[in-house]
Design a binder for this molecule. Structure first.
Ligand SMILES: [Zn+2]
Length: 66
């Protein structure tokens, strides 16, 4: 990698209540440098959203894994 840092969109995929029930769900989404990041709102691990994929596609993938 030279100079310019790659950025990717990350989204919080936490399910159910977060922050001790203060929020019913968390939809934090932000652009970060590539790497692992945690949600500043609820502390969950953020998932990288690959280019060209919609969030609903990602959610469907996540459901299939369970
Ligand atoms: Zn979150």
């Amino acid at each position: 990698m030279r100079g310019a840092k790659l950025q990717a969109t990350y989204r919080c995929m936490s399910e159910g209540q977060v922050n001790n029930g203060l929020k019913e769900f968390c939809e934090f989404e932000f652009k970060f440098e590539e790497g692992s990041h945690n949600c500043p709102l609820c502390g969950s691990e953020l998932k990288r959203i690959p280019e060209g994929k919609t969030v609903s596609e990602l959610l469907r993938q996540g459901l299939r894994k369970k």
